[in-house]
Every structure is written in C-alpha cells, then in structure tokens.
Design a binder for this molecule. Structure first.
Ligand code: ZN
Length: 287
C-alpha cells in the first residue's frame, strides 16, 4: 500500500503553497498527492505557479498526482445556465488535468439542492450528468471518482447511493471515492461496502473522527482527526479488512483531514506528521 497526501490537511497553514506541498511530500515519503482545487486556484491566481511548472515538477519527481480534488456541486442543477456553468468548470478541470498528467477527477455532489428530490431521481440525474462528462474524458482515459459526502444536506450522502450511480453507468472509468469520515458521517451501510466490487473504489481517504452523532449540525469536516488519535472513534480494522476482502485496487492510502487545529502547525510540520500517522496506519493494518 502506497501513501498519499490530500491538501485538505494543510491548506490553511501559514504561507501554504502547492509547490511546497510537492517538495514536502517527496521529503517525507508520500508517493502521491490529491491537489485541492482551492489551493491550485489560489496559487494560479496569485501567480505563484503555472500549470506548466507543476507539470514539469511531476515529470521529474516520484510523486504522482492522484486526483484533481475536486469538481464541486456537479449535480441537480435546476436551470440551463447553472448546468452550463458546471460543464464549463468541468471542461477547465479536464484541460488542466491533461496538462498536469492527472488521470482522475473527483466529483462532489451538490448540497441543499432546493428541490425535494427522491434518491432515485437524484440517481437518474447524476447518471445523466456523469455520462456527459464521461464522454468528454473517455478519449483521454481520464477517470471520474464520485465522492459521496456524509452530511444531511448533501444530495448523495451514503456509500450505497453513490455505488448505485456508479453501477448504473458501468464504465471502468467511473468509480467511487471512499472517505472514511463521510462513510461514518451518515452511517453508510457496511453490508453494501462488503458486497461492493473493490475495483470500483478508485480513491480511499483515510482519517479519524470524533464520536459525534450522525446528522448533527456540528458533525462537520472539522471533527476529523489523525487516525488513531485517542478521540478517534472509527473502526479502522473493519475498514482495512473490508477493503482487502473486496479487492480495493487503488494502491494508495490517502490521508485527508480538515481540522482547524492542524492548520496551526507549519506546513512542514503538518506534512511530516501526516506522513508519520499514515505510515503507522499502513504498517498496522496492511503490513
Ligand atoms: Zn475525502
């Protein structure tokens, strides 16, 4: 199992830059990175980096860009104008991925959609939108990885609902991002995960979380923790055993935490600590 770093971990650390993340990931032994769109946009807009410079770095180093993280709020748009806006964002992300040599785009559902849609209506709509996107990235072999988000207002908020969408599309280029915090956040079904095909899970986001109630307004990404923290309530052995059993083929364990406390570390301390806990986790459960 290789280890990867998601820029959620340190994106608000003082003087954060994407280039520093790349260098620190290499220094502390990460073999891959999820680039956060917020970090990339910020550095591109301020002129700190160009896409070509980043592409050049990836070509000359052994850290892989694991995903473009992410196209947010891709589904359930109500007006043509909103739908066109999502597709324009997607086109731009695809263009960037082709420059960066990144083969996976994470897509995140819309939140508080404003219509009282059923799960099957949401599924059918997501299938249609993702098929349109797939038609654009298929010629390049670029994959779409749907990340369900475990919050009550999220339109796709359980593993089983996301998996049904991916199954219906039935393409080797469309799969799931399984984030442990999100899986726990709305009590996704272990039975569904145990029955799933591990090859459909493209990305695995590792984290711990505080033991707060499912669906509570304060159960947000900020409750994430280093896995194995004394306050962490997740059943990491069960996640690992299940992923092994179903044949998770993503190769990477990617740490992704959004905890404000951890943004108080320096960027280097954050990446160093992230690498330590990810290595320890992989050794303990996958060694
Ligand atoms: Zn995630």
């Amino acid at each position: 199992m290789k280890i990867g770093f998601n820029e959620a971990n340190d994106r608000f650390c003082k003087d954060h830059t994407v280039m520093k993340d790349l260098e620190l990931c290499e220094k502390y032994g990460f073999e891959g990175i999820d680039i956060q769109s917020m970090c990339l946009d910020r550095d591109l807009e301020s002129g700190k980096i160009t896409l070509e410079e980043l592409a050049d770095w990836f070509k000359n180093h052994n850290v892989k860009m694991l995903s473009y993280n992410a196209l947010e709020h891709f589904n359930m748009k109500q007006t043509q104008e909103e739908k066109d806006e999502v597709m324009a964002k997607f086109d731009e992300i695809l263009r960037r991925c082709l420059i960066l040599g990144c083969d996976t785009i994470v897509v995140v559902p819309s939140e508080n959609i404003g219509v009282e849609a059923t799960i099957s209506e949401i599924r059918e709509e997501a299938v249609a939108v993702l098929r349109q996107m797939l038609a654009k990235c298929e010629p390049h072999g670029i994959r779409l990885s749907l990340e369900f988000c475990g919050a009550p207002g999220m339109s796709i908020n359980r593993f089983e609902d996301a998996y049904a969408i991916v199954q219906e599309i039935n393409s080797p280029l469309v799969g799931i991002t399984l984030d442990q915090y999100h899986f726990h956040g709305m009590a996704s079904s272990w039975e569904s995960l145990e029955k799933a095909d591990g090859k459909k899970i493209f990305i695995w986001h590792l984290n711990g979380t505080e033991d707060v109630p499912c669906g509570a307004a304060y159960n947000t990404d900020e409750k994430r923790l280093w896995p194995g923290d004394p306050k962490d309530c997740l059943d990491h052995k069960r996640f690992a055993d299940t992923l092994k059993k179903i044949g998770y083929a993503g190769d990477y364990c990617i740490i992704e935490i959004f905890r404000p406390e951890y943004y108080e570390l320096s960027q280097e301390e954050n990446v160093k600590k992230s690498a330590e806990v990810t290595k320890a986790h992989v050794e303990k459960y996958w060694g």
